[in-house]
Design a protein around this ligand. Structure first.
Ligand SMILES: Nc1nc2c(c(=O)[nH]1)N[C@H]1C(S)=C(S)[C@@H](COP(=O)(O)O)O[C@H]1N2
Ligand SMILES: [Mo]
Length: 441
């Protein structure tokens, strides 16, 4: 059946989408088509081999039901000012992720940092640094203050740290039953350097009352409805997190102004916590005497069930807790998934690994569907909450299709699951192993 395919995809660059399309066109029967989750039902190794145009070398070790990543990939590039190569999900609000191979730099360049807007950004004019002010207030603030950007920069010590920014929904597209919301694959993450002042110094300047438990943020962006009374998002973090050395109000990224879509001229950065805590276009910080109750702090937003639930379960709101630190995770950023590689030539493989608390102890890679694992060389982090770089070399024993998988282990003994971690209603915190496709020729 597959052999009747008019164009068996052998050309390296077209492997992914061509293979996936062929599969849908050729396999008329329902039970062999790629469903939206990217899983194939009842497809033989021979069928997959034909679709890939290469033997799956460790095919006998491949878990049944697993679809080769080469068949599941799609690419939809887009132009956003200042950005390059991002994949667009929606333009209103603007949400775009970064393909894994474009995250290869040790420090993520501005052009490759993902964008996650919940509403509409302020106008360019509104974000002029000269006019920008930041208010610190709230019921647990002793003396509410308003600082100009200039005052903020002059009054407080500057710090530069490399810190991972990752959306809690990164990886959501793999959950089944699917969760609504952006169908992130692996690209809702990046790790640039941030320069700014410590949030702690600014909060102390305004005075923290003893009953303070949380800080919340308000940005200058607009709710999608256009209603000025509504916030697109207003989240934050517990006061203990806010007082950490690495929690900062950043005014620069990689030594330059923060890119407009990433929150220029001012944003919050919390190390190891969900990206949603890191308020962009930061106008106001409130010191609260209770858990902040702004937009997307309540209901099911950024919350996980307190106990494991079966996929599809309706979890009552009172059984959901706000997400705290992010899980351990890794990415393969080289080579690019889908490339061909000559047999007999050493294959360099590398990427990053990070965890919400502590550091990464080991990263292993497998090329035989997780049967054997090779320990990689791992470098220390530039500072706490920066990702760590790992690299290794592999020898692909013969021609054919391979998958390379990566798995990190952190200092708390936590590792990445090979299959999807706990299903949850909103599809957060998927830290399953990253997989890439390679064809040895
Ligand atoms: N003001 C404001 N801050 C925000 C958001 C937003 O929509 N508005 N999105 C949040 C979410 S959900 C994430 S994941 C990060 C994304 O940061 P980035 O767009 O710079 O990548 O910003 C957070 N801060
Ligand atoms: Mo997010």
């Amino acid at each position: 059946m597959i052999n009747s395919s008019p164009k068996s995809p052998r050309q390296p660059s077209g492997v992914q989408s061509a293979a996936a399309q062929d599969n849908e066109q050729v396999c008329g029967e329902k039970d062999t088509s790629l469903n939206r989750r990217g899983f194939l039902s009842r497809v033989s190794l021979a069928t997959m081999t034909a679709a890939l145009g290469a033997e799956i070398v460790f095919g006998d070790k491949m878990p049944s039901g697993l679809v080769p990543v080469a068949l599941a990939q799609t690419a939809a590039p887009l132009t956003i000012p200042g950005k390059e190569g991002l994949t667009l999900f929606t333009d209103r609000p603007l949400v775009a992720e970064t393909p894994a191979h474009l995250l290869d730099d040790e420090i993520t360049p501005a052009k490759h940092l993902f964008i996650r807007n919940n509403g509409l950004p302020p106008s360019l004019e509104q974000t002029e640094p000269i006019k920008w002010t930041l208010e610190i207030s709230g019921e647990s603030c002793e003396k509410p203050i308003t600082l100009t950007l200039q005052e903020l920069k002059e009054k407080f010590e500057h710090h530069t740290l490399q810190i991972v920014l990752e959306c809690a929904g990164n990886g959501r597209s793999e959950f089944n039953p699917p969760a609504t919301g952006t169908q992130w694959t692996t690209g809702g993450v990046g790790c640039p350097t941030w320069t700014g002042v410590r949030l702690r110094d600014v909060l102390k300047h305004a005075g923290i009352k003893p009953d303070a438990v949380y800080v919340g943020y308000y940005g200058a962006d607009f709710h999608l409805s256009g209603d000025p009374a509504r916030q697109p998002i207003s989240r934050g973090a517990p006061i203990q997190k806010a007082l950490e050395d690495e929690s900062m109000i950043a005014f620069a990224m990689n030594g330059e102004d923060i890119p407009f879509q990433n929150g220029h001229p001012l944003r919050l950065i919390f190390g190891g916590w969900a990206g949603s805590t890191c308020g962009k276009w930061l106008k106001r910080i409130v010191i609260r005497d209770r858990e902040h109750d702004g937009e997307k702090m309540t209901g099911h937003s950024y919350r996980m069930p307190r106990y494991p639930v079966a996929p599809g379960t309706k979890v009552p709101e009172e059984d959901m807790d706000v997400i705290a630190a992010m899980p351990v995770k890794s990415l393969i950023t080289f080579p690019k998934s889908g490339i061909t590689h000559p047999v007999g030539e050493i294959l360099n493989v590398r990427g990053h690994a990070w965890t919400g608390e502590g550091d990464i102890r080991e990263v292993h890679v497998s090329m035989d569907f997780g049967i054997t694992w090779h320990k990689t060389e791992l470098r220390p982090a530039a500072n706490r909450y920066a990702w760590q770089h790992w690299s290794t070399t592999l020898n692909l024993p013969k021609k054919g299709y391979y998958e390379i998988w990566a798995r990190a282990l952190d200092s708390q003994g936590r590792s990445q699951p090979m299959v999807l971690p706990g299903w949850n209603p909103e599809g957060y915190l998927n830290n399953t192993c990253h997989r890439i496709a390679i064809q040895a020729v």
